[in-house]
Write a protein that binds this ligand. Structure first.
Ligand code: HEM
Length: 188
């Protein structure tokens, strides 16, 4: 009688079938590469469909009250001594429109590129990340107030995450180099 060694381990073909690994159970909502849940994405898109027709008005309300509090910001729109009113008024629309573009962007790589590009523009104009964060927060507070009746925890969380993306950029990054090469300006 042949001796069979009985082990708990399956052998032969059975080993490739049993025991099957139990898939890792993810607790809580599944997030995309940028950290948004599906319901946050949905809430942001639906909210922006309501906001879009009023972009100009909301953008002006928020940006001009921001400049009222932080009057130094007006100096960022000077050409020499003259105030470039066209650039300043355009920014009131550009900045809110940029929010909308981010919310519509489905590709995480493009999303991050857009944020990086925006950060570079502001680094060039020497606008610090704290102020970018302040303006982003002011816009979010404003729209959540206007749409308080249709607001939801998902929408609030979604907006908070967008504000964090703006805040998470570090000042003094090299403005003329790519791929994190060190610029001479950083060494000096
Ligand atoms: C969430 C916050 C902000 C967003 C989304 C935003 C968005 C933008 C966008 C889309 C542009 C145009 C970029 C281009 O033409 O390529 C821009 C330019 C600019 N932004 Fe902002 N911005 C923000 C905050 C600020 C703040 C706080 C200031 C300071 C006052 C500021 C000052 C400027 C200036 C000086 C320019 C260049 C304007 C020009 O073309 O002459 N931005 N910004």
């Amino acid at each position: 009688m042949s001796k069979e060694i009985i082990t708990n381990r399956p052998s032969g073909i059975a080993s490739s079938i049993y025991p099957k690994r139990i898939p890792k159970i993810k607790v809580g909502a599944i997030k995309d590469e940028l950290g948004f849940t599906l319901s946050e994405r949905l809430a942001l898109r639906q909210a922006w469909n309501l906001i879009r027709p009023f972009e100009r008005r909301y953008g002006q309300d928020v940006f001009y009250s921001f400049l009222n509090d932080m009057y130094w910001g007006i100096n960022k729109f000077r050409d020499g001594r003259d105030l470039n009113l066209k650039a300043m008024h355009s920014h009131a629309l550009q900045f809110i429109h940029f929010f909308g573009l981010l919310i519509e962007e489905a590709d995480p790589v493009m999303f991050q590129l857009m944020i990086n590009d925006n950060n570079l523009t502001h680094s060039r104009c020497k606008v610090g990340s704290a102020y970018i964060g302040n303006l982003a927060q002011a816009l979010v507070d404003y729209v959540l107030k206007v749409f308080h009746k249709v607001s939801s925890p998902s929408l609030e969380r979604g907006f908070r995450k967008i504000v964090e993306k703006f805040q998470n950029y570090h000042d003094h990054q090299p403005t003329k180099t790519a791929y994190h090469r060190v610029s001479k300006l950083d060494v000096l």
